[in-house]
Design a protein around this ligand. Sequence first.
Ligand code: B1M
Length: 205
Amino acid sequence: MREAVVQGDADQARALAEALVATDGNLLLAVEAGFAAGIRRVGDLWEAGEYFLPELVQGAEAMKAAMEVILPRLQASQAGHEPKGRVVLGTVAGDLHDIGKSLVGVLLSANGFEVHDLGSDVPVGAFIAKAREVRADIVAASALLTTTMTAQRELVRAVAGADFGRPVRVLVGGAPTTAAWATQIGATHAENAMRAVAVAESLLR
Ligand code: B1M
């Protein structure tokens, strides 16, 4: 699985994902130790100057091909339960990275949250409008670029100024973010998708 992503082979990645869901395989382990390990390796090779943008894009496409097979299966495991809380989720404006964010969304919904995923490149105003519309408990924002992290700070300010009439918490994450950054901007941090579930649960307590 890791190699399929490193080689940018979407057909192979999809086939391996299909074989996985046909068995009782551990989906999360396969994502973390297999496909996600592959895309992280692609990032390292790109940073080292061994891969160029086409290989980065091919790696991402292979990863997405696998996730398209796995995510619905993960989601189905929790269908029909009363939601624990409502989450509005997206990747911040200017940022197109959506693989980790989608994983967070799927794990949240697989663990009983109602998730409204706005996709990537989401302006602050769209987060706020959706949060108002669905009476969100949590606004969750991903950022993968150091240049787009600052949009998380704008989001925290906008949530604070939005006067929802009820507490709305902000959860942030993404590779360049840290707990210290979250504290600095007045948000809560989760370092990975599994932690995002535990943190979201603690925010509602
Ligand atoms: Co881009 N990219 N990329 N990229 N890319 C990175 C992020 C980079 C670190 C690569 C590198 O240099 N090693 C680098 C950023 C450097 C920096 O900012 N310091 C980078 C760059 C520079 C760029 C471009 C600028 C390249 C260019 O065009 N010159 C460009 C920017 C485009 C834009 O957004 N405006 C770009 C483009 C792309 C692709 C489109 C080709 C593709 C994205 C495809 C897609 O997402 N649809 C891509 C990819 C694939 C990557 C890497 C290789 C992999 C990202 C990924 O999917 N990881 C990445 C290198 C890397 O991360 N090592 C890189 C797997 C995913 C499961 O992990 O997203 O970290 P991650 O999510 C984790 C946690 O972070 C956390 O949980 C997830 C799972 O446990 N998490 C949250 C994430 N969001 C969370 C939210 C939460 C909580 C936890 O709560 C709300």
